[in-house]
Design a protein around this ligand. Structure first.
Ligand code: SAH
Length: 367
């Protein structure tokens, strides 16, 4: 769609920028689409859920958030049951995961007393929704627009969780052409429509040579976040759990995906009105964490992780308490665990201060 009249306000703005200054990096394009102050997708859209653009694990089954809540409580026990622990969720969406997690971990009263909850959310609409959903836990909740200053945590341990958060961080691309990696940029074709173009030599380390036309992905925003986690880990124990879609190793395939109303759409369609994500390169996450001095557990497929945490047992118990809902509980769990679906495409990785033991449900990665 190149017709200027049908362009979103953000498309017009970005095209103006490209005409004036030349092609922009993929991460600049992605960042504008997702978090532009006025027109960014995550600023105001109600993205998640059956009426939104996409559905996520906690929205599919309460078991997901419940098991993560119990996982947090188990980590707190591993940390020696400190009197205070900060529980930080990055990109909490509709607040469903946190609501389920706070409820399930309520079986440990000492953990309930210890936990201080932080929600890092850039989207004002979602923040309001989270506040409403989590109102009954209001006393211990704090919202932040971005990763907070370390001082917020004092000397207390920090547990970070992020489901489908890393995939929303802007990434850059490079394309292998004529024997070298070049920056892959977003420019305009003769008719004024967005198109990918190759720029100059790509900065940074893009790994071994590719094959002609191969595209690779790197996420400076992800590295920056891991740097912040590592910095916080310098003063206090820190543990982070990320669950996302992606691959063990960077592969080819779709390195930028746009979704609207539960359907994939072309990546340049309606900038600011579609969700844009990148598959998470778990080996790069692990590598970046290690470089910053953190230890790494996993990645393991989501099905394996949830299975180890007792997903099947939890579902059977729920079904016996709510026989009328047995079908829904069963199909929700099946979706989370589906081989060839979420169960294997989604993976779980744990990062931790090196003196913290291996995290529950994961095993230490071999660098
Ligand atoms: N974890 C939720 C939502 C995943 S969607 C779930 O599983 O349902 C990504 C979430 O991250 C949304 O809440 C989005 O608004 C938020 N987000 C995206 N980019 C962000 C950023 N840079 N800083 C803070 N939150 C961000």
């Amino acid at each position: 769609m190149s017709g200027e009249q049908s362009d979103t306000p953000l498309a017009r703005l970005l095209k103006g920028e490209i005409r004036q200054h030349g092609p922009i990096s993929v991460s600049r394009y992605m960042q504008a689409c997702l978090t532009h102050e006025e027109f960014g997708y995550y600023r105001s859209k109600q993205a998640i859920g059956s009426a939104g653009d996409f559905i996520t694990a906690p929205e599919i089954s309460q078991i997901f958030g419940e098991l993560i809540g119990l996982w947090c409580a188990a980590v707190w026990q591993q940390l020696g049951q400190p009197a205070r622990v900060h529980l930080v969720e990055l990109g909490p969406g509709r607040g469903t995961l946190m609501a389920d997690a706070l409820r399930s971990s309520g079986i440990l009263p000492a953990f309930v007393l210890a936990r201080r909850v932080h929600l890092v959310e850039v989207n004002g609409t979602l923040r309001d929704m989270q506040k409403e959903k989590l109102a009954s836990w209001a006393s211990d909740l704090t919202w932040h627009e971005a990763w907070p200053e370390d001082s917020v945590f004092g000397d207390d341990p920090v547990i970070v969780i992020g489901n489908e958060f890393l995939d929303a961080l802007p990434a850059d691309q490079a394309v292998f052409q004529s024997g070298r990696w070049k920056s892959r940029m977003v420019g305009l074709d003769g008719e004024g429509a967005f198109q990918f173009t190759a720029g100059g030599a790509a900065n940074g380390d893009w790994g071994s040579d590719g094959i002609e036309g191969e595209v690779r992905l790197r996420s400076p925003a992800q590295d920056a976040l891991i740097g912040k986690l590592a910095h916080a880990a310098g003063q206090r124990p820190l543990v982070a759990l990320f669950i996302d879609y992606g691959a063990d190793r960077a592969g080819t395939g779709d390195l930028l995906q746009a979704v609207r109303a539960h359907k994939y759409v072309p990546v340049f369609e309606a900038p600011g009105d579609c969700d844009l994500t990148v598959p998470v390169d778990f080996s790069a996450v692990g590598q970046s964490a290690r470089t910053h001095g953190l230890s790494v557990d996993g990645p393991v497929p989501q099905a394996e992780f949830l299975g180890r945490l007792g997903a099947v047992e939890r579902a059977s118990r729920l079904m016996s308490f709510n026989p009328g809902k047995a079908g829904t509980i069963d199909s929700g769990l099946a979706r989370l665990l589906a081989p060839g679906g979420m169960g294997s495409h989604f993976k779980v990785i744990g990062l931790r201060s090196s003196h913290v033991p291996v995290l529950p449900g994961l095993e230490e990665a071999q660098p």
